[in-house]
Design a protein around this ligand. Structure first.
Ligand code: SAH
Ligand code: SF4
Length: 394
């Protein structure tokens, strides 16, 4: 097997999968317009046609051009000849005892990604993937032990949402769409496999469709993008997506963060905090979520909690404590419950919300950091890991 070291900043371009050019799912409005014009749609009609096709696909969940009844018959036939409406294929669907659903989806090239639906009392959250594997090698993350295979296309990212809506039977009649609060799928978190900010454009285009009023129509406040700390892309996230931001913080000293989240060697804690402080859309209602995985004896002391509070001073923040989810061969243990509570307490007393995330879907390996598709067996070599951590093969 060839081992090709991949540096974090060198993001392999998404290889456009065969058939992707014809697939209308995931095309931006501008791209769709262009395609319809190329196919012979008069320019003055193109805007209207985009709106019509777009609504059939994203609001009504239609997959067959023949059913697009507000378009002329021969126009529908022309669309069917040139284009497709394709979604990832569901390989398996597992339902946990707690109602969490995990989908294994197959995408072009035979690759597989996982998507998790988490029902809660006041919301239904879909956790979606942005890459097959990940170039980064966070030492507590199962996905991090898997090689990056490729970036997902916008169609594959938005397709995960559409597949889940199919499964939940949530394609409301237009004009009678339920309010966000009562939707089964009301929130999206980009917390599945991959580092979303290393696939920025595709994630942005997909989220724009998710937020579009004629598309999936979710408010930007109901989308949370989680990054391990790709500093140069944080400002662009605010400007071009405008969603909520979560950051995988996980440590309070550079020495420990270097070990847990190796991207820290490139952009350290202070550099990251600086980018977060100027996240332009910050406001009280747009707090940054600091994710903090609780690892027994590694990052979970009272001293860590106090340092964390000092570090995030003046950043509107909420700290989400994630009990470590174990996976086969993991080099860490979950902090004891009492320790997690003591840690949460220090943060709470300092004035920050500090919810402890309840692991969901553990029985089907759907919890945070447990995702890893079984088909991608390639493991990273030591050289890859060193290269990715910016250690140039040391
Ligand atoms: N790559 C992005 C998003 C995916 S990971 C990122 O790193 O932010 C989503 C969250 O799950 C991150 O905070 C990640 O650090 C956390 N996570 C990864 N592995 C975990 C594990 N085994 N137990 C608990 N949380 C984990
Ligand atoms: Fe990649 Fe996120 Fe896992 Fe780190 S925690 S290896 S960035 S998916």
């Amino acid at each position: 097997m060839h081992e090709v070291p991949v540096k974090p900043e060198v993001v392999p371009l998404p290889r456009v999968p065969a058939g992707e050019a014809r697939n209308l799912v995931g095309k931006t409005r501008a791209q769709l317009r262009e395609l319809l014009i190329e196919a012979g749609t008069p320019e003055r009609q193109a805007g209207m046609r985009v709106g019509q096709v777009w609504q059939w696909i994203y609001q009504k969940g239609v997959r067959d051009f023949a059913l697009m009844t507000n378009l002329a018959k021969d126009y529908r036939a022309m669309l069917a000849e040139r284009f497709t409406i394709e979604l990832p294929e569901v390989v398996t669907r597992q339902v946990s005892q707690d109602g969490t659903r995990k989908y294994l989806m197959r995408i072009a090239g035979g690759h597989e990604v996982e998507t998790v639906y988490i029902p809660e009392q006041d919301r239904g959250t879909l956790c979606i993937s942005s890459q097959v594997g990940c170039t980064l090698t966070c030492s507590f993350c199962h996905t991090g032990t898997q090689k990056l295979v490729r970036n997902l296309t916008p169609g594959e990212i938005v397709g995960q949402i559409m597949v889940a809506r199919d499964d939940l039977g949530e394609w409301p009649e237009p004009g009678r769409a339920p309010k966000n609060e009562t939707r089964l799928l009301s929130n999206i978190v980009l917390m599945g496999m991959g580092e979303p900010l290393y696939n920025f454009e595709a994630v942005r285009d997909a989220m724009q469709i998710a937020m579009d009023g004629e598309g999936i129509s979710l408010s930007r406040r109901r989308i949370t993008l989680s990054t391990s700390g790709v500093v140069p892309k944080i400002a662009r996230t605010a400007e071009e997506i405008g969603c909520l931001l979560a950051v995988s913080f996980h440590a309070t000293t550079d020495a420990v963060r270097d070990r847990l989240v190796p991207i820290n060697r490139k952009w350290n804690i202070e550099t990251l905090l600086e980018a977060l402080r100027s996240y332009p859309k910050l406001s009280n209602s747009e707090r940054i979520t600091f994710e903090y995985v609780m690892l027994d004896g590694v990052n979970d002391s009272d001293e860590d909690a106090r340092r964390l509070v000092r570090l995030i001073q003046r950043i509107p923040a909420k700290i989400n404590l994630i009990p470590f989810n174990e996976w086969p061969g993991a080099p860490y243990r979950r902090s004891p419950q009492g320790r997690i509570r003591a840690f949460a307490d220090i943060i709470y007393k300092a004035g920050y919300a500090s919810p402890i995330r309840t692991p969901r879907g553990e029985d089907i390996m759907a919890a945070c950091g447990q995702l890893k598709s079984a088909t991608e067996r390639g493991r990273k070599s030591r050289r890859d890991i060193a290269g990715e951590a910016g250690l140039s093969g040391r």
